[in-house]
Design a protein around this ligand. Structure first.
Ligand code: F6R
Ligand code: MG
Ligand code: MG
Length: 372
């Protein structure tokens, strides 16, 4: 049976500030999406929260980019926004950039990760959900999970993974993408995905049979809105086991934190902290950026789960390291490299400040300045 797994997420208002979401808002979003389940638009639903973002994890048989499923998510976020606005939650409707739905939520603000596959004998999947960061946060772990045998032993040991994987990499500024095969084009892949400000991995396929292995949201809110409205706060789906990386191989990159863009005002570099559902509330300097991992078994198109996969003391060291990295970076204050470089700051609120000061610059008289 062909099943589609669609994860659609949005920030429709924060409680308090940008740190979390209020229960009444979540309840309304869930109620509308459940109604879609009763009407047969989707087969099953699970609602996830990370920081000030809500994700609808939905299964159905309508394929990717189904306007019916996208409209359901849009309506759920719209009605949730009405509750958020009434309660004066912070930034109510923040990510809903359009007034009316027009066939597909892509380009309208919400982030989307979707994949369609024939359900296997047993279908374990992981949905990652991050707050206070951008889609390029997935570049490093996706490389490790699908292309680094030092992380994923299965690339060496499991014959069905031994041929490697194909990465689809998107240039977020041009909207073009390139397919690169690993291991043979590994260094070419890293040329692009190491440049996290421009390139993001949008999907990964198993080379031996072309099966979809991973799908990520690539939406950059600031590029859609033409101004800074909040961080993208991406989602990522990965299929696991029996010819795909094991759950432990998928989670392993998160045991050693790395730096991502986002954090306070979407303007800083910070460590991505793997947390349990209950700790997905970024409050220190609006961060540090958080990521949760929700595990599901998909059974006859129904979602059994979520299992809170970072709720494991084995990730305590990573969390502690994130705290230490956060201290170290915070010492740097408003100075780079804690603050993002100027090219990245163009997509924050800083240009408005620069605009006010631009006429104050005077040409340096080289003789006076440099000859005593
Ligand atoms: C980052 C984020 C927050 C806000 C910050 C200022 O993604 O959402 O760090 O940028 O709290 O928010 P405003 O400008 O709404 O007061
Ligand atoms: Mg927000
Ligand atoms: Mg957010």
């Amino acid at each position: 049976m062909k099943i589609t797994l669609s994860v659609i997420k949005a920030d429709i208002g924060g409680f308090v500030g940008h740190s979390s979401v209020y229960k009444d808002v979540v309840n309304k979003v869930q109620e509308v999406a459940e109604d879609g389940k009763d009407k047969g638009i989707i087969r099953d639903l699970s609602v996830l929260i990370c920081g000030d973002d809500i994700a609808l994890v939905m299964t159905h048989t309508k394929g990717v980019d189904s306007s019916e499923v996208h409209e359901l998510a849009w309506n759920a976020f719209k009605e949730g926004t009405e509750v958020a606005a009434k309660l004066k939650m912070y930034g109510a409707g923040q990510d809903l950039l359009a007034d009316a739905f027009s066939g597909n939520v892509r380009g309208m603000g919400p982030g989307v990760a979707e994949m369609e596959f024939v359900e296997r004998k047993s279908e374990p999947v992981v949905v990652f959900f991050a707050d206070k960061t951008s889609p390029s946060a997935w570049n490093l772990p996706l490389y490790e999970i699908f292309a680094d045998p030092m992380n994923t032993a299965g690339l060496v040991i499991d014959p069905s993974m031994h041929d490697g994987f194909i990465f689809e990499v998107m240039d977020v500024y041009s909207g073009m993408y390139i397919s690169l095969r690993t291991p043979e084009e590994l260094y070419d892949l890293l040329v692009f995905i190491g440049a996290t400000s421009r390139y993001v991995v949008r999907a990964v396929y198993r080379k031996s049979d072309g099966e979809i292995a991973a799908s990520a949201s690539t939406q950059k809110l600031s590029l859609m809105a033409g101004r800074y409205v909040g961080k993208d706060d991406p989602v990522l789906i990965i299929r696991s086991q029996a010819g795909f990386p094991a759950i432990g191989e998928i989670l392993e990159p998160f045991a050693r934190p790395w730096l991502v863009e986002g954090w306070m005002r979407g303007s800083h570099t910070g460590p991505l902290m793997p947390v349990s559902f209950k700790d997905a509330k970024p409050t220190r300097f609006d961060g540090p950026p958080r990521v949760i991992a929700a595990g599901y078994q998909i059974t006859d198109g129904y979602l059994i789960g979520p299992s809170d996969l970072f709720d494991d003391p084995a990730f305590e060291i990573a969390r502690k390291d994130c705290g230490l990295l956060a201290n170290f970076l915070r010492r740097q204050g408003i100075f780079e490299p804690h603050r993002l470089p100027p090219e990245e700051m163009e997509y924050t609120t800083l240009p408005k400040v620069l605009e006010k000061l631009k006429d104050r610059f005077k040409l340096v008289d080289e003789k006076k300045a440099f000859i005593k």
